[in-house]
Write a protein that binds this ligand. Sequence first.
Ligand code: ACO
Length: 361
Amino acid sequence: MSDGLEGVVAAETVLSEVDGQAGRLIIRGHELDELAGRISFEEVTHLLWDGFFDKLPADLAPAIGAARAAVFAEVSALDTGLLDRTPIEAMRALTARLADGDDLEVALRLLAAPAVFTAAVVRAQAGLAPVAPEPALSHAADILRMLRGTTPSKAEADALDTYLVTVADHGLNASTFTARVVASTHAGLGSAVIAGICALKGPLHGGAPGPIIEMLDGIGAKENARDWIQDALARGDRLMGFGHRVYRVRDPRADALKAAVRKMGTGSNVLPGRLDFAEAVEAAALSILKNHKPNRSLQTNVEFYTALLLESLAFPPSAFTCVFAMGRVAGWVAHAREQVAGGRLIRPASTYVGPMPKAAA
Ligand code: ACO
């Protein structure tokens, strides 16, 4: 048995390849560097979905914009009971109300759902009315507009677009595997996406960036970093934003996102000195982790600079995982379609280690 299924190959995919030794991510034949900051989220969605739907339009942007408008009609189901939940719980509940199915229209609504519902939930929790989507805007620009009520700068929309592209797909990570298991039962794309959201929510997967802000705020100043980190590890805590099941070198997505924060520049919400401070915390963490686990290469993962980027774009930390879902939903849908097209029911075996029944007297 492989603990945590480490190293077990559970699918063949044309979608993405994660090379953990080389620190390389390939999405449908392209290096991450060729995509992040160079093509839009709509285009990377097309890249991922190509071949998995009949009549996929060459330009997906109008269809995604129309899907945002269609999904917005469901925001009225956001009742006060849901507002007591965390943003990801409320967003998941609203997404679960959408009709399930396997066609492109269902897929487009699922793609739009985390974006539209998260913006509405965050605003409602702040006592603000929802802002209807503007279908002609890019997905990234409209997310920020629905969140804040004003059109974002190009630099901000570009930064979010880079983020969504960077996280759109990543091999057989926990949420994508979960989505494929559900898809393998032919339950429908909606069921696969909800399952993906559930797996993403945990702090060992997509729930890490919110706590990273708590860590940075807890450290407060560069000179406190070493003591704070050593105390946390002495308590047995894990440092959020470090370590990965597959990467033994730096996660290539960390640098793509750090570059996106730097590019946003000082004219935006990036707090003055925040990037320098985060880099100092990262350096301290890496040097301490090296001694803490000399036999395990613990490097910066995607979540560390995700936290900085989403903070700079004014998402509340409680909603960071929802923004991850806005990007990863493109990959979940593609993997679910690929699983149904070519895969069997996923049904592994277990080794029974419990007691055996007593022999009949
Ligand atoms: N801080 C401190 N110690 C760590 C960390 C960390 N961030 N990551 C791993 N370790 C330690 C473990 O405690 C373990 O020690 P042990 O052998 O003494 O028990 C050893 O390193 C190996 O860790 P595993 O849990 O076996 O590694 P695994 O591959 O299962 O975990 C994971 C990967 C979950 C990402 C882990 O590194 C972690 O918990 N990181 C912090 C949370 C985080 O950043 N999550 C986001 C991941 S990126 C993503 O999913 C998008």
